[in-house]
Design a protein around this ligand. Structure first.
Ligand code: SF4
Ligand code: SF4
Length: 161
């Protein structure tokens, strides 16, 4: 698997080509695009070990909703205000995010210690299995700098006719 620096450098090198390619994807029939992306998502993730990567848990901060706060604090048996004080901060958009990254709930073996109660954004990342994929095209390009699976999905998609 590509290390984070190697991935960033490859994604940067592919930036112009990927921007042009994504413009074309945006004009595709939405359902056909979903079918192709979902198939590639399955194929690529079948060969990826997220426990050997954890880039998303180290680099990206998920947006944490009020529902996430209730669920996580309940699981940790602390009050929501305690979770806020100990772990969260508001970002420039007014959303709650972790105070610092890597995520405080990532352990030394790359396991998420709140896995069954993790934020919704963590469950959905990197969004390559969602419906109406065209809605997250710009976000997917951004994620190609961090997630080796996303980078590989884009490369395979470009290789298909
Ligand atoms: S909550 Fe879990 S899945 Fe989400 S960033 Fe932290 S360690 Fe990763
Ligand atoms: S960055 Fe992508 S490949 Fe790496 S752990 Fe997260 S989802 Fe898995």
């Amino acid at each position: 698997m590509l290390d984070p620096e190697e991935l960033y450098s490859k994604a940067s090198a592919a930036k112009s080509e990927n921007l042009a390619f994504f413009k074309r994807l945006g004009k595709m029939d939405s359902r056909k695009l979903d079918d192709r992306i979902h198939r590639l998502h399955k194929e690529v993730f079948a060969g990826i070990d997220c426990l050997a990567c954890a880039n998303c848990c180290r680099i990206l901060g998920p947006r944490i909703t009020d529902t996430d706060i209730s669920r996580i604090s309940s699981y940790l048996r602390i009050k929501p205000v305690q979770l806020l004080a100990d772990y969260l901060v508001k970002d420039e958009d007014g959303d709650f995010v972790f105070k610092s990254m890597p995520c405080p709930f990532l352990d030394a073996e790359n396991y998420c210690t709140i896995y069954d109660n993790r934020p919704r954004a963590c469950r959905e990342y990197p969004h390559t299995d969602r419906r109406r994929f065209y809605q997250v095209l710009p976000l997917t390009l951004k994620n190609s700098y961090t997630c080796p699976a996303v980078f590989e999905i884009i490369e395979r998609l470009k290789g298909e006719k």
